[in-house]
Write a protein that binds this ligand. Structure first.
Ligand SMILES: [Zn+2]
Length: 388
C-alpha cells in the first residue's frame, strides 16, 4: 500500500486543523479519514445525516465476519465563540509538554492515535478486527451515533466490545448518568398590566413549572439518594439552566422559554420525570391558561436523550480494557457519552481515553503528551490481542 504515514502527534495536528464545530459540516475531516484509510487498504462506510452535510464513518480493519473491537470517537467539537485563546484553537501548538487546540482533550487525540497506528495494525493479519466508529453531533445531544449503531451489524459482524475514547486520563469508566434535556416555550396572552384578568402571564406559568421541577430535584436529593452508586451526587439531578421572558414590567408577558435537564442514575426509569412534568401541564397548567385563552399553551422540545451507561461488572469490555489500560479498577464519570447508546445495542461498552475532562470545552484546551504516550501503549497492547 502507498498510504500516507503520520506520527500520532502529526495526526492529532491534522485532525485539529479541521474546524468541526458541531453546527458546521464535519465532511472535510471525514473525507480525509476515508482517503487516508483507503490509502492503507481499509474501506470505510459513511453514514450521512439527513441533510447530507455531516456524516459518521465506520471502518473495519481485518475480517468482517468476526466480532471485533470498536474504537469510538466523536469528530465534532464545541464552539470557541466568546472564549479568549492564547493561540489559534484550530492549529495544534506543542508547548510545555502539552498539545493545545480545540479537540485535543475532547476528543480527537484518541482516534488520531488509533488512525496513526493503522499501518502498524495492518502489518500482520488481524484475527480480531478493529473498527473505527466516528460520529458527528455528539456535543449537541449525541444525535449522530444512533444512525451508525443501527448499521453496525450490517457493515460487519456485530462487534464484541466498544471502547469510547472520551477523556478519562486512560482510566476505565464503566458507568455514567443519562442526560435528558428540554426546551420549553410557554405562550401566554399579552395585556396591559392593569388588566391582568384578561391576560395569561407566561412568566408566572413558567415559574410554576420551574418550581415543580425544583421540588422534584429536592425529592431526588432527600428521598432517592443512592450513596453506594459511585456517583457524586448519588442521585438523579434536575436543573433549570436558562429562563427568558417578558418585555416590560407593565405588560403581561406573552412568552417565556426555559431550558432544563435531568441527569439520571443508570437503571432509573428515564420517563418518570418527563411524565410527571407532562401530567402537571395537562392537569393544572393548561386548564388554568385555557380558561382565559384557548390559544395559549406549553410546548416542550426534546434537546437530548442520552441513555446512561449501566455498569456491567466483569463484562468482556471491562476485563479487556482494564488489561489494555493496565488498571485494577473501574471508575464512574459525571458526564454523558455515546457509550450508553452502544450498550443499548447489546454490545459491552466502556470508556477509556487520553486527556482530562477538566480541559474539555475550555479556552486553551490541551492534552498532556504523557497521556498521548499512555494511549499509544494501550493501542500497542490492543494490536497484540487482535493479531492472529
Ligand atoms: Zn467528548
Amino acid at each position: 500500500m502507498t498510504g500516507e504515514v503520520y506520527t500520532p502527534i502529526e495526526m492529532i495536528r491534522k485532525l485539529i486543523s479541521f474546524d468541526t464545530t458541531s453546527r458546521d459540516s464535519n465532511l472535510a475531516l471525514i473525507n480525509f479519514v476515508a482517503d487516508y484509510l483507503s490509502g492503507h487498504g481499509v474501506p470505510s462506510t459513511l453514514i450521512p445525516d439527513p441533510s447530507g452535510k455531516k456524516a459518521n464513518l465506520y471502518a473495519t480493519l481485518g475480517p468482517t465476519d468476526v466480532p471485533g473491537i470498536v474504537l469510538s470517537g466523536h469528530t465534532d467539537v464545541v464552539p470557541v465563540d466568546g472564549q479568549t485563546w492564547e493561540t489559534d484553537p484550530f492549529e495544534m501548538v506543542e508547548k510545555r509538554g502539552r498539545l493545545y487546540g480545540r479537540g485535543t482533550a475532547d476528543m480527537k487525540s484518541f482516534f488520531a492515535i488509533g488512525l496513526a497506528l493503522v499501518p502498524d495494525f495492518m502489518a500482520q493479519p488481524l484475527a480480531i478486527p478493529i473498527h473505527f466508529a466516528l460520529s458527528y453531533d455528539e456535543e449537541v445531544g449525541c444525535l449522530g451515533a444512533p444512525l451508525m449503531i443501527e448499521r453496525m451489524g450490517d457493515l460487519a459482524a456485530m462487534p464484541q466490545i466498544v471502547i469510547v475514547g472520551e477523556p478519562t486520563n486512560m482510566c476505565v469508566v464503566n458507568a455514567h448518568k443519562g442526560v435528558y434535556s428540554f426546551h420549553t416555550t410557554v405562550t401566554g396572552l399579552e395585556q396591559h398590566s392593569s388588566r391582568i384578568d384578561q391576560g395569561v402571564n407566561a412568566v408566572q406559568y413558567a415559574a410554576r413549572i420551574i418550581s415543580f421541577l425544583a421540588d422534584i430535584a429536592i425529592e431526588m436529593r432527600d428521598e432517592r439518594n443512592q450513596p453506594d452508586s459511585g456517583f457524586t451526587p448519588g442521585y438523579t439531578t434536575v436543573h433549570v439552566g436558562t429562563v427568558q421572558g417578558g418585555t416590560a414590567q407593565n405588560i403581561v408577558p406573552r412568552e417565556c422559554t426555559f431550558t432544563w435537564e435531568y441527569r439520571l442514575l443508570p437503571g432509573e426509569d428515564p420517563d418518570e420525570i418527563k411524565n410527571r412534568y407532562d401530567t402537571l401541564i395537562a392537569n393544572e397548567i393548561l386548564p388554568a391558561m385555557h380558561k382565559v385563552d384557548p390559544d395559549t399553551g406549553v410546548e416542550t422540545e426534546v434537546r437530548a436523550m442520552v441513555p446512561g451507561l449501566v455498569p456491567e461488572n466483569g463484562s468482556p469490555a471491562e476485563e479487556l480494557v482494564l488489561k489494555l489500560a493496565q488498571r485494577n479498577a473501574t471508575e464512574v464519570v459525571a458526564y454523558g457519552t455515546e457509550a450508553g447508546q452502544f450498550q443499548s445495542a447489546g454490545v459491552p461498552t466502556v470508556i477509556c481515553g487520553p486527556g482530562d475532562i477538566a480541559q474539555a470545552h475550555k479556552p486553551d484546551e490541551f492534552i498532556e503528551i504523557s497521556q498521548i504516550e499512555s494511549c499509544i501503549g494501550f493501542m500497542g497492547r490492543l494490536k497484540n490481542v487482535c493479531i492472529a
